[in-house]
Design a protein around this ligand. Sequence first.
Ligand SMILES: [Zn+2]
Length: 158
Amino acid sequence: MQLLTKILCFPTIYFYYSNKVSSSMHEWALAEAILITAQRIAKDEELTTISEVIIRVGQLQQVEIPILRFALKQMSEGAFKDTKYYIRKAKSTLKCRVCGNAWQYNPNKLDKATAEAIHFIPEVAHTYIKCANCGSPDFEIVRGRGVWLEGLKGVKTV
Ligand SMILES: [Zn+2]
């Protein structure tokens, strides 16, 4: 057994899915997609034990992290039996379509009810957030949408 020191980073593996209003199935389907991808990587890299999986969740992605974590644990078997799952938030960047001004989404600047509404239905953001430069509500989310597998760590049998 040899500890694989290299950390595999796959910032481009994206799981995009439609943005329906939250149901617990959504987190379970997401957990399954993450595990399928992680299993494929483990197989390609010939890892027999996966010690860590790092998952990044966009700030403007409506995912209930405790449910996702629970689902991952429940579905883990074989090489993933003792895997630790790290689920981290990724900051969202917004960009004005009118003047091109870009800024970082900060839920702390909003009242709790608004931040909550945006968490569940990100499209609602356009009602509450406006460009600080020109006042337009027409912006796009350039970063921080979606869920991706950032990396995994495992042990290789030689
Ligand atoms: Zn603007």
